[in-house]
Write a protein that binds this ligand. Sequence first.
Ligand code: IVH
Length: 679
Amino acid sequence: MNNPITDQVKKEARKLQRQLTEHNHRYHVLDDPVISDIEYDQLLQRLIEIEKEFPEFSTPDSPTKRVGASPLSAFEQATHSVPMLSLDNAFKDEDVIDFHKRCIKNLNQENLFYIAEPKLDGVAVELKYENGVLVQATTRGDGTTGELITQNVRTIRSVPLKLHEAKFEAPSLLEVRGEVIITRSDFDRLNKIRLENEESIFANPRNAAAGSLRQLDSKITATRPLDIFVYGTGIAQGISFQTQSQMLEALKEFGFPVNAHIKSGLSIESVLTFYKELEALRDSLAYEIDGMVIKVDDISFQRQLGEKIKSPRWAVAYKFPAMQKTTTIKDIIVQVGRTGILTPVAILEPVNVGGVVVSRATLHNEDEIKRKDIRIGDTILVMRAGDVIPKVVKIIESQRKENEVSFKMPSHCPVCHSKIQKTKLDKSIINKCVNASCQAQLKERIKHFVSKKAFDIEGLGKKIVDQLVDEGMLKSFSDVFLLEKEKLTGLDRLGEKSATNLIHSIEKSKKISLRRFVYALGIDHTGEQAAKLISERFLTLKEIMETSEEILKEIKGIGPETASAVTQFFSNLENKGIIKNITYSDVIITNDQPSYTEFQDNLFANKRIVLTGTLQTMTRSEAKKQLEKLGANITSSISAKTDFLIAGEKAGSKLAKARKFGIAILDETQLTALLKENV
Ligand code: IVH
């Protein structure tokens, strides 16, 4: 018998399930949420309550299933209906051309069109949907048999538990294949938390994804930042595709994340050009890729070409150079930084990592060396990620010969020999040389002073600064302006012409903006952005030197550490003398930023603005310039302090984040209108 109350509850449960599924997809796949996290959690909580009281209303595709189920004692095995093959590798253009020649010969075609996709560096999975509902998920395993990880995969927010049926009806059976990944930033965050909890850290995002997927307790998987991109299908009943591109379009319609850097309709020449483009993009992607997968786009051609035992004849993986390599540690030296902090650095047997020869890797600090048990003579795995300094991932224990030498932090500065001071910062011990006139610190301070974002003295490179300090020609910042051509000529690496050019760039650098000047001083906690914010608040250096910590703290974006470091720096007598000497060397400090007060009556004045997406009528840097003219502070990441997000086309996660924080969002039309109004 129907009970009107339970009918009502059932209706509510179904509505909540629908709403939550939609919000989840908007957030995790489209990057376009329309409700806040709190509102989402409230809806989810209500659904959890209903399903607890009326378990009969809970379905396998209910969003409540994403929190994890009861732990398993072991994984069950499952055989793939269609084997999950691997790919043949190509390492150079000729290998790809050979692949192309084989394809056109076998198909008896003049030419062929290809689709090229990033080769995602994660864990391959297969998701089985019966009548549109996710019923099973498996790992690739040995290609024939994998492990059942259904409960774990249900916790991945970007995996649809039910197919979207906006454009196509759900097929009776669809097996979808893809790669589970963890983004670089999520990986860093995950490892940071693991370190804080004294748990072992993951070597790379792929290991982290694999480890997270192989949890018997899916509640643990639910806490891991797993994501997915899909790239293919296994069995499909009730739907068919003519091309791989069509298949990807359909998968997108069904609600799956499909990678954005995919190109189709490519000739083999364009495939090779795209490979270069993708390689250039590699370091800037949010996730790791290790190559490009080239596929014959036409599926009937794929069928004709067929498969070998382990890999298809219609696809090839054009690999990028590896980002992790093994090498040995020849020595561990200690570097003294600008602020006196000692950093141990591993001197490596040079090795090519992802196209760059690496001969040094930072070891961060003493604790890190202890934690990873790094010794001189060890064989190690070294990693380069993006433009970050190479780092030692781990030692290869099986290569230990037991004649490796442990490292000990010196008790005295390796350069000036003064006693090292140990201080605690967060959980690590910092070793610091506190002798302000230490030559090593002086060298680093001067390098910073003349660097591109500071005085920008072209021709005064690191090696020349080292030489000039060693020769006693640079003892302080102001000595840079006393350098003479005659004395420079004859130094290593400096001929007459370079010396003339150097003197010329020193002269040119003497006219400097206030923000660059403040940055050049190398004050603790005062990077480019802080220097900019401070210089915008004051008209002259004198004003900054005389201001108080309280006033500095009032500047939006200036924290207490910077405020205190700046006032301490300027109250120090020695520093006052240094600044006096610089200004006596004919250095002219200009404040090209209109002053703080001049900015007050426009909408963008003193506002923190982030730009994202593609603009049509101007480039992002033009927009940045125009906004800066009006006194805006352009920052690169969204925080609660951001005032506006300017969102161009294809704005992604920043847009989602801005919505989450409730930050005002302007599109290009609004921006151009407001810029006009405010000029
Ligand atoms: S296609 C038969 N496409 O690479 C076709 N695979 O070495 C094989 N992979 O196990 C899969 N990104 O885990 C394909 N865009 C992509 C891929 C991709 C990563 C992985 C996948 C597969 C391995 C083959």
